[in-house]
Ligand binder design. Structure first.
Ligand code: ZN
Length: 235
């Protein structure tokens, strides 16, 4: 754990200098590792996270041992919106998907900062709206879009947050993320591999052709980008 020196989180970067200083005085820069569980569903949240280079999946778990990703949060967002909304219990399971750094703030400290940071408060209200729309988009995506299109979308989303063409990934993890069977994921990954869009070996995913993935991806990828753009950048 280090004292934060820099911040690469888009929400924090958008704050005026005075609010940024206030926030950073309460924040710690912390390293998160792949598959680390930050909190379980319904658990009291002790910290909120603003990823800088790490990214985190929020998952819904059903019985027995089935799960699906609700959303992916990286340097564009925040984990812990329930705290903002006045409930300390986590609505979802939170697992680190990409190892890296995040700014972490204790729940009580975060609420104190929020009272003295009107820009952060309004930004996070907008962000909450964006997240609601993201989750609704994911419901439609899961119901209506083909697995290979959903996989392509998910790989693009992950690449955006990893800011890299290479990242760790197991097929088992992928099937959990997309709520699909291992067989379905293997088939979809083979389709993308045969078209030379990705290379996947020993748990390492390599994006070979991002434009090709964009062509195969369902429209939800662009819808998400537009959603963020429209609501977070309005004056
Ligand atoms: Zn979709």
């Amino acid at each position: 754990m280090n004292t934060p020196q820099i911040n690469g989180n888009r929400l924090i970067s958008a704050l005026p200098a005075s609010e940024q200083r206030r926030f950073l005085s309460r924040a710690q820069s912390i390293s998160l590792s792949f598959e680390q569980v930050l909190h379980a569903h319904d658990e009291a949240v002790e910290f909120v996270y603003f990823p800088t280079t790490a990214f985190i999946s929020e998952l819904v778990l059903t019985e027995p041992l089935e799960c699906i990703e609700v959303r992916l949060v990286g340097h564009e967002g925040m984990l812990g919106l329930n705290v903002l909304l006045g409930d300390k219990r986590a609505p979802f399971h939170a697992v680190v998907q990409g190892s890296g750094e995040a700014l972490r703030v204790g729940r009580k400290d975060f609420l104190r900062v929020l009272k003295q940071a009107p820009k952060l408060d309004s930004l996070l209200q907008r962000y909450t709206f964006v997240v609601l729309k993201q989750i609704a988009q994911n419901v439609a995506c899961t119901q209506f879009h083909k697995i290979e299109a959903r996989l392509a979308r998910w790989l693009l989303m992950t690449q955006d947050r990893a800011e890299s063409e290479h990242f760790s990934m197991t097929q088992e993890f992928l099937s959990h993320m997309l709520g699909a069977s291992r067989v379905g994921i293997t088939h979809a990954a083979s389709l993308l591999k045969n078209q030379k869009l990705i290379h996947y070996v020993r748990g390492q995913m390599h994006i070979l052709d991002r434009k090709g993935l964009q062509l195969i991806s369902c429209s939800c990828y662009d819808a998400d980008l537009q959603n963020y753009q429209v609501h977070m950048h309005k004056s």
